[in-house]
Design a protein around this ligand. Structure first.
Ligand SMILES: Nc1ncnc2c1ncn2[C@@H]1O[C@H](COP(=O)(O)OP(=O)(O)OP(=O)(O)O)[C@@H](O)[C@H]1O
Length: 950
């Protein structure tokens, strides 16, 4: 906002007006032919001397500063510069000659020297004159010197009071050295640039507009902060809940407390027992397995307790941070509100004062004009009086009387005009005083604003600190979430393994007892046989008892050993046959191009409820399962490529898909996706948690590919690898790595970062995501590559849309797709392969009533989008399994994105994740039926993307 207060000074202003006034008074005195003429002449002389001295002093001061101004002047123009403050003189010298008084922004040095005078080009203290203001440049364009001289000659002398008043005014106004000698013929104009007072245009200070917008920004930030509050409600549970979990995580009492073993192996590595092993084999397996599991459980226990400690610590930190955060936030909000209110009030008052100042200025101008008019009429009357005086001698006696009367009338009129003039002067003076006091008020307000600004800066600093502590807090929360997830998963798996172990133990015990009974029966049979044989041989019992019995026992032992060996051989053959069958099955699947379907049931979790009976029964062949029917129906049986039990760990699962992943390096487009109801373990399967045993397929796949790429270097293969990560949220594609540079470093979000992406097709008809950020994964240095991958996963986890639902505290509200783009070239053969690995974690299919998403508008919208895209995926599989000509890939972003993998060129594998609870059995049944349809899809043989340049 820029306002300019314009003060016009004509002959009627106190400075010049007073001078004119005194001149007129002198003339009047001389007109009256007073006897004090000579004395007054002396006074006048003294006054002129005094004026000359002042002028000389003023000129000498002004010389340095005004020389450049004078150089620019017309030769017959007298330039008078008034500037008494030394610092401004130098600045005046630098400034071009101007007709106006101009204010400038004070330099920091000026501000330090005279803090009270910064805001504008005029004095802000009530008793200061313009002379005190070091930033004022005054240049008055006057008439030529002749005119001044003639005016000086016209001065007839001053009364003592007028001289005193003139002196006071000259001192008060300060520009007297110049003004006393110049009688302007034109009205000079003084301009005050008022901007600085209102806008505070010092370089260091923000413009009012900018500050307003800053305040608005502050308010918005506050709103944003407040709008973030619900998210906090979705953060991990408080320590009480953690304690509750701890309670749930206790191992079953039957679990062995110590079992030393010389060579412990992972629980997950343990091969499943063959269904028909011999008694000895089973006993041996049982004991070695028991000791192995105990060691694993001990290790897991100690890991859990370490994790628990870390979680407790993070919880404590979190509590402390949130306790210190709340009062700070409240104080800041209070201060912000008070600041905004106070500032608005002050700005309104300043506006009011400025309006009052402007009105006063206008009034002063009007009075000055009136004053000028009065001066003119006094001059005219004086001239008339003079004329009358000169003509009086030649006039006749009758005319003399008239002239006398005329003079009397004139004198009366002059007296009236003079008193009028005096009144006006008084009015002008009081208006000036008003103005000065208004300026003082404005100054006080400005100081108030300054202090408020300081407060505001403090608040900003506080806010910065608060933000920093907030981000620290959220980092701690993320860590806590990761650790909690890892701990929950580890505990669940441990419980499942322990349950498995218990089951195996009791089964083995029962087997043992049965075999003992059998063995005892067999023993008695054999004894009976021996006695029969003995009696048949007809030998003496005393002699033969020892020798024959020994022989028979040896023969029998040999027979038993022979049978055991045969059994072992047959078992081995069975195992080999089984492996061959699976390999052939895989080969057939590959040739037919089937989408492979693996089913994984997750273990029970602490918040699954008290009932721990599973609705799913996994058969020992590792491919079949049955699920309890609804409302007492018969169980439903299903068969898939692989069925994992709840105790199957991440490593076992990855072993089964590693070959599949490997084919991405051979130039195939491979797609793995996890499907299932919310909370069934899709994210656990794909991403997993932490950096240890709970890592999922994505980190393990990248590690394997890095290891394989390194091994292939010996065969002259060089690979490059780029990772990208996106999510499909409410049918929109979003880049989860927008905050990452291609080298893996993070960057702040700016206006140019595009988060929304689109799917396009290239010249070969292959789809690609336009504008997606790709992060290089270092293939040369494996450790660095793994670190880069961890950074990618962390950035994506931060950016992903998750929320708490009734069924999962960290439910994915979007489909996420991790893409690994691989390019390998062989120097020797000139072969180039281009493979891709798409690892897709679908959002959970869910029923609104169970997930509780229906009660929240945003959750409802998300759920509708999720269910719609999953139903589109189902339509695509239906069309593919029916062999329809048209497959509706374009009906959703998900199917459009996966089109290449699902239309025959690539290899696809689907994980169906199931929850074991009885409450989830109907959702599990739906998922299994969906999976059965997918298993029937035949895509045709996958195609390798290879080019041969030699
Ligand atoms: N096989 C498993 N072993 C141990 N814990 C598991 C297993 N599967 C899932 N969990 C645990 O179950 C919880 C829910 O799993 P997860 O978040 O992976 O489900 P989801 O299917 O991805 O759910 P949503 O669709 O809502 O995102 C997690 O705490 C996870 O650690």
């Amino acid at each position: 906002m820029s306002r300019r207060a314009r003060l016009s000074i004509g002959p009627g202003t106190p400075i010049l007006g007073a001078l004119a006034d005194s001149k007129k008074a002198n003339r009047r005195t001389s007109l009256g032919g007073g006897e004090k003429g000579s004395e007054e002449k002396k006074d006048r002389k003294a006054m002129l001397d005094e004026w000359r001295k002042i002028r000389a002093a003023g000129t000498s001061v002004a010389v340095g500063g005004a020389s450049s101004v004078s150089n620019n002047m017309d030769s017959n123009t007298d330039s008078l510069n008034s500037a008494t403050a030394a610092p401004s003189l130098a600045k005046m010298a630098a400034s071009p000659a101007r007709m106006n008084i101009q204010s400038r922004s004070p330099s920091p040095a000026d501000r330090a020297a005279s803090p009270a005078r910064h805001y504008r080009g005029i004095s802000t203290a009530p008793d200061r004159s313009f002379e005190d203001e070091p930033t004022v440049h005054l240049t008055i364009n006057t008439t030529n010197t002749q005119q001044i001289k003639s005016d000086e000659k016209e001065n007839d002398g001053l009364s003592a009071y007028e001289r005193y008043r003139l002196k006071r005014q000259l001192q008060a106004i300060g520009v007297s050295t110049g003004l006393a000698t110049s009688t302007p013929t034109k009205r000079s104009t003084f301009d005050f640039d008022d901007d600085s007072s209102l806008a505070g245009t010092t370089p260091s200070r923000r413009s009012k507009k900018a500050r307003k917008s800053l305040l608005a920004g502050g308010a918005q930030t506050r709103v944003r902060r407040r709008s973030m509050t619900p998210d906090r409600a979705e953060l991990p549970p408080p320590p009480a809940a953690v304690a509750e979990r701890k309670k749930h995580n206790m191992l079953p009492p039957s679990y062995p407390s110590s079992a030393p073993s010389s060579a412990p192996s992972s629980v997950e590595e343990r091969a499943p027992l063959p269904p028909s092993s011999s008694f000895q084999a089973e006993v041996t397996t049982h004991f070695s397995q028991e000791s192995t599991d105990s060691i694993d459980s001990l290790a897991m226990k100690s890991r859990i307790s370490a994790m628990q400690k870390r979680i407790d610590m993070l919880e404590r930190e979190k509590m402390e941070l949130s306790m210190s955060k709340a009062p700070l936030e409240a104080r800041m909000r209070q201060k912000e509100d008070a600041f905004i209110k106070e500032r608005e009030r002050l700005l309104a008052e300043i506006d009011m004062l400025h309006n009052a100042g402007r009105t006063a200025d206008e009034r002063v101008r009007e009075l000055e004009m009136e004053n000028e008019a009065l001066g003119e009429s006094i001059k005219r009357l004086r001239l008339q009086a003079k004329e009358a005086k000169y003509t009086s001698s030649s006039a006749d006696n009758t005319g003399e009387q008239d002239a006398w009367n005329e003079r009397l009338r004139n004198n009366k009129e002059i007296a009236v005009l003079r008193s009028d003039l005096k009144d006006r002067d008084g009015q002008i003076q009081s208006l000036r005083l008003d103005k000065v006091s208004l300026e003082a008020e404005v100054h006080a307000f400005k100081q108030q604003i300054e202090s408020l600004e300081k407060n505001y800066d403090e608040l900003e600093r506080d806010y910065g600190e608060l933000e920093a502590s907030k981000s620290k807090n959220s980092e701690a929360e993320i860590q806590l979430e990761v650790l909690t997830a890892e701990m929950v998963a580890t505990t669940a798996q441990l419980n499942a393994t322990s349950a498995d172990f218990e089951e195996t133990k009791s089964r083995t015990k029962a087997d043992m007892q049965a075999k003992e009974v059998k063995w005892k029966a067999r023993e008695s049979d054999l004894l009976f046989e021996i006695s029969v044989l003995k009696s048949r041989a007809g030998k003496q019992i005393d002699d033969a008892d020892g020798t024959m019995g020994e022989e028979d026992t040896a023969v029998l032992k040999a027979r038993i050993e022979e049978r055991d060996r045969r059994i072992l051989e047959l078992e081995e053959q069975l195992l080999n046959g089984e492996q061959l069958r699976r390999a052939l099955h895989n080969r057939i699947q590959e040739l037919r191009g089937n989408i492979r379907v693996y089913v994984r049931t997750r273990p029970f979790l602490p918040n699954d409820g008290a009932s721990s009976s599973s609705s799913i029964d996994i058969l020992p062949d590792g491919e079949s399962l049955t699920i309890a029917g609804r409302r007492g129906e018969n169980p439903h049986a299903f068969k898939f490529d692989k069925v994992f039990a709840p105790s199957a760990g991440q490593e076992i699962v990855f072993d089964e898909v590693s070959e599949f992943v490997q084919s991405a390096l051979d130039g195939y487009h491979v797609c793995l996706f996890s499907y299932g109801q919310t909370g069934s373990g899709k994210t656990h399967t794909m991403q997993g948690s932490g950096n240890g045993a709970m890592r999922g397929i994505i980190p393990r796949a990248v590690e394997q590919i890095l290891a394989q790429a390194a091994a292939l270097q010996t065969q002259r293969w060089t690979f490059t690898m780029k990772a990208s990560f996106l999510e499909i949220y409410n049918e929109e594609l979003r880049d989860l790595l927008v905050m990452m540079n291609s080298d893996g470093t993070t960057r702040p979000r700016d206006a140019t970062t595009a988060t929304k992406l689109s799917i396009k097709r290239n010249a070969d008809g292959k789809s690609y995501v336009d504008g997606i950020n790709m992060v290089d994964i270092d293939v040369e240095d494996r450790a660095n590559g793994i670190e880069q991958l961890e950074a990618v996963m962390a950035a994506a986890a931060r950016a992903r849309s998750v929320a708490k639902t009734n069924m999962n505290s960290q439910s994915s509200r979007s489909h996420s797709v991790f893409m690994l783009h691989l390019c390998g070239s062989n120097e020797e053969s000139g072969t180039i392969v281009q493979g891709a690995l798409n690892l897709c974690d679908l959002a959970g299919s869910e029923r609104l009533d169970r997930s509780g998403a229906g009660s929240n508008a945003q959750r409802l919208k998300e759920t509708q989008a999720i269910n719609k895209s999953l139903s589109c995926l189902g339509d695509v599989f239906n069309a593919l399994s029916n062999g329809s000509k048209h497959v509706p890939f374009r009906n959703s972003k998900l199917t459009y994105l996966l089109q290449d993998c699902l239309s025959g060129d690539g290899k696809a594998l689907m994980f169906v994740n199931l929850s074991p609870t009885v409450e989830s059995s109907s959702e599990s049944l739906c998922s299994l039926r969906f999976a059965q349809r997918v298993n029937q899809v035949e895509l045709g043989k996958a195609v390798k993307n290879v080019q041969y340049s030699k």
